[in-house]
Design a protein around this ligand. Structure first.
Ligand SMILES: O=C(CO)COP(=O)(O)O
Length: 227
């Protein structure tokens, strides 16, 4: 499905404790306030599946963090892609470096998501992987070098070539928005990623492990909105 062209600020809650407690709800409130105030930034919250029903009452631009390439059936403990028909999420992150899946499964999920009118944000560890994923035409691709994830060392400054090479590889296949992630810590890291040509950032620890997550989000969104 077509993605509205705004800069994307996607927060992956992962399984940090803050993804489940009151902080998660406060982040959702902040996202809701900011998204009506700043029109150039789309804030996506990628939340644990068990939190959907709580967070959806506060903010509706939410994604799952993973989905299984399964139909309905006898699959104990899995989250079938078909179930998204009944879940009030806009889409799902898939193939995060902490939850890799095989190419054939990415293909199946992306196809199913389109049929369900949901978005797929597919992660890639390298420009080469991003290029392969581009052929599946997902809604967005996020490139994240695994060695920088959670490091506080921003990909946009430490390895800008990963972003530029991914963009080149993806755009030679299709005009899919590419996000940059791993080590994004301060708003300037996001601005640098945008200057390199990316459509926004995917971030986790700088928000979820912060003592003041709402301030972090406000600072990023204000700065990204002014680009
Ligand atoms: O994995 C990430 C987002 O999906 C990035 O994590 P950090 O922002 O903690 O580096």
């Amino acid at each position: 499905m077509a993605i509205e062209m705004k800069y994307v600020f996607a927060i992956n809650f992962k399984s940090y404790e803050t993804a489940y407690n009151n902080v998660a709800l406060e982040i959702a409130k902040t996202a809701n306030q900011l998204s009506s105030k700043y029109s150039n930034v789309r804030i996506i919250l990628s939340v644990p599946s068990v939190m959907i029903s709580k967070i959806i009452n506060i903010y509706d631009d939410i994604y799952l963090q993973h989905i299984d390439p399964l139909d309905y059936g006898a699959y104990t403990g899995f989250l079938s892609v078909d179930s998204l028909k009944y879940l009030e999420v806009k889409g799902s992150l898939i193939n995060h470096s902490e939850h890799k899946i095989i190419y054939r499964d990415i293909e199946k999920i992306v196809k199913k998501m389109k049929e369900l009118n949901k978005e797929s944000l597919v992660c890639a560890d390298t420009p080469g992987e991003a290029a392969g994923i581009a052929y599946l035409n997902p809604s967005m691709i996020a490139v994240e070098p695994p060695e920088l994830i959670g490091s506080g060392i921003p990909v946009s400054k430490a390895k800008p070539e990963v972003i530029t090479e991914s963009l080149k590889a993806v755009k030679s296949v299709s005009n899919i928005p590419v996000l940059a992630g791993a080590g994004i810590t301060i708003p300037d890291d996001a601005i640098k990623a945008i200057e390199l040509g990316s459509s926004g950032v995917l971030i986790a620890s700088a928000v979820m492990k912060s003592k003041n997550p709402n301030k972090v989000i406000i600072d990023f969104v204000e700065k990204m909105n002014s680009v």
